[in-house]
Design a protein around this ligand. Sequence first.
Ligand code: CP
Length: 337
Amino acid sequence: MNFTGAHILSIEQFQREDVERIFAVADRMAPYGRRQRVTRVLEGAILGNMFFEASTRTRVSFGSAFNLLGGEVRETAGFESSALVKGESLRDTARVLSGFSDVICMRHPQAGSVAEFASASRVPVLNGGDGSNEHPTQALLDLYTIAKELAQRQRSIDGLRIAMIGDLRYGRTVHSLSRLLSLYKNIHVLLISPPELAMPEQYVEQLRSTGAQVTISDQLLANINHVDIVYSTRIQEERFPSREEADLYRGKFRLNQAIYTQHCEPNTVIMHPLPRDSRSAANELDIDLDDNPNLAIFRQTDNGLLVRMALFALVLDVVDQVDSCAQAVRWHSARQL
Ligand code: CP
């Protein structure tokens, strides 16, 4: 695909070579993410960071990635601080904000809303999550992390065995990740959820039609013993009709160190898009896993910075200028990704 000026709305846009291009550019961003060098390649550019639904890491990661490339960030967080509460349409909002920005990132609770916004935007729009539909940049950072973790085990993504666990119905990260995995060969995906929260059929069909083996189960322990990755997810309470209904499913698929030791292969990588729900009723990924070297959840968030820098550099067509606008950092930095 031609990245220059493109909206990034869905994994459906990508071929495998596009994903590999993003990952190659993300690798080149590592010295900047590690604060060994700074670049001013986007000096003067403005990111409109529009988050109409709660977020910690996606919002700050997009903003930090843009800052690390030398650009400025303007934010709106929440409906209540935007004119959407006065009845302004997404299309009008897009016309206005794209006059102020060079690129826009957006999260919104309704599926399809970011695409609707993008259709009226005069600048590229990156989807930071639209309802239970997709979260494409999360899937890209997840797969980038998977590739890095597997490389340490002399493996590639082809042949991956992954268990996706939890709320697969409303969890947009697993929707986008399953679409991304459809681009690879000999994939085995184990979908573990309560039947009511099963992966929607369209994603299962896409995996199967592209040659992936798909196993569907509501049993955790019997399905995590021969996988490379366990990818746990939170019950997406905000998408349920009521909190009481979400409570029915909380805490059903808990992973902790004892379960991991007993049921997983010793090198199994533990992932989660975060936030994990650490309240006692849920606790899908226990904090007693925090000392497990195979816990990759914070490597995911660090990698997300590099992937989002790569997307900005590609969409704004500055990949080949990043290094020529760079210098060593002036401050002491102990950061390592
Ligand atoms: N993974 C993710 O989307 O996290 P936030 O909701 O904090 O952005």
